[in-house]
Design a protein around this ligand. Structure first.
Ligand code: NDP
Length: 264
C-alpha cells in the first residue's frame, strides 16, 4: 500500500476495495465463499478457487447472480507447480491479484496415538504448505508492484489445543508463525501479511460437531459469547485486513472467536 493511498483515503473510504481483485483459496463453500462475498460487497472483484470444478462454478454463479464480478481458478493448492502456473495465468488473463486470502484447509479428527501418518502429511500439505505455495506465487507479483495484502486463515487452534486434533493444531500454529515470517520478509516490499483466527463456525468442515448436541452445549458454555460464530462475522476483519485501513498492521493474528482464546 503506497503512502498516497493512505493519506488520500478517510473514513469508510479506507475500507473500500473498489478496483481490487481478491483471490480466495478454498472458496466454493464455507468461510472462503463467505469472505469472497464480503469483499465483493466492499467493491472487490473476486477470484474463487477450489479443486471441484462443478462446485466452484456453482459458487461463482451464486455470486454472479448477486451482481458481483467473479472469476474462477481451479487448482489444488497443495501442488506447488500447478499453483504457480494457475496464479501466473490468472495475473495475465484476469488481472493483478491485489488481495490473497489463504483459506483452503481441512480437518481430520482421531486421537493422536492412532493418527494415520498419511492423514498427518495431508493435513500439513493442505493447511500449511498451501499457504507457502499460493503465498509465494502471488507475492512474486505483489513484490514487483510494491503492494499487496495477504490474509492467512488460522484458527483458535493457532493458540489452543483440543483432544483429537493435534496435527490440525500443529498446522494452524504454523500458519500463525508463517504469517509473521511472510510479514518479516515482505513488509519491505509494501506487502501486509496478517491472519484471521476464527473460533467455531457452522461449515461443512465442522459438520460432525454441528450434528453433535453435546459439542454445541460444551461450546456455548466454553465461549464467553455463548454461541457459535456466524459466517458474516468474519467479514469485517477480512475487509479491514484487505484494505488501506490496515496499512501498518503486519504479522498480526486477529482472533474472531467470541473470546474463547481470551478465557480459561
Ligand atoms: P470447508 O470444508 O467448508 O471448505 C473448504 C474449502 O477448501 C472448499 O471450498 C474446498 O473445495 C477447498 N479445498 C480443500 N482442499 C483444497 C485444496 N487442496 N486445494 C484447493 N481447495 C481446497 O471449510 P471451512 O470453510 O470450515 O474452513 C475454511 C478455513 O477456515 C480452513 O482453513 C479451516 O481450517 C479454517 N477454520 C475454520 C473454522 C470453522 O469453524 N469452520 C474455524 C477455524 C478455522 P474443494 O473440495 O473443491 O477443493
Amino acid at each position: 500500500m503506497n503512502d498516497s493511498a493512505i493519506t488520500t483515503k478517510h473514513g469508510l473510504a479506507l475500507f473500500d476495495l473498489t478496483g481490487k481483485q481478491a483471490l480466495v483459496t478454498g472458496s466454493s463453500q464455507g468461510i472462503g465463499l463467505s469472505l469472497a462475498r464480503g469483499m465483493a460487497n466492499a467493491g472487490a472483484s473476486v477470484l474463487l478457487n477450489g479443486r471441484d470444478t462443478a462446485k466452484l462454478e456453482k459458487a461463482a454463479e451464486s455470486l454472479t447472480q448477486e451482481g458481483f464480478s467473479v472469476n474462477t481458478m481451479v487448482c489444488d493448492v497443495t501442488d506447488h507447480a500447478a499453483v504457480a502456473d494457475a496464479v501466473n495465468a490468472a495475473e495475465k488473463n484476469v488481472g493483478p491479484i491485489d488481495i490473497l486470502v489463504n483459506n483452503a484447509g481441512m480437518q481430520h479428527r482421531t486421537p493422536l496415538q492412532d493418527f494415520d501418518p498419511v492423514m498427518f502429511e495431508k493435513l500439513l500439505q493442505t493447511n500449511i504448505s498451501s499457504v507457502f505455495n499460493v503465498g509465494q506465487a502471488v507475492a512474486k507479483h505483489m513484490i514487483t508492484r510494491g503492494a499487496g495484502k495477504i490474509i492467512n486463515i488460522a484458527s483458535v487452534q493457532t493458540a489452543l489445543a483440543r483432544p483429537g486434533i493435534a496435527p490440525y493444531t500443529a498446522t494452524k500454529g504454523a500458519v500463525g508463525n508463517l504469517t509473521k515470517g511472510m510479514a518479516t520478509d515482505w513488509a519491505q516490499y509494501g506487502l501486509q501479511v496478517n491472519a484471521i483466527a476464527p473460533g467455531y463456525f457452522d461449515t461443512p468442515l465442522n459438520a460432525a460437531l454441528v450434528a453433535d448436541p453435546e459439542f454445541t452445549a460444551w461450546l456455548e458454555k466454553r465461549t464467553p459469547a455463548g454461541r457459535w460464530g456466524q459466517l458474516e462475522e468474519l467479514t469485517g476483519a477480512c475487509i479491514f485486513l484487505a484494505s488501506a485501513a490496515s496499512s501498518f498492521v503486519n504479522g498480526h493474528t486477529l482472533f474472531v472467536d467470541g473470546a474463547i482464546s481470551a478465557s480459561l
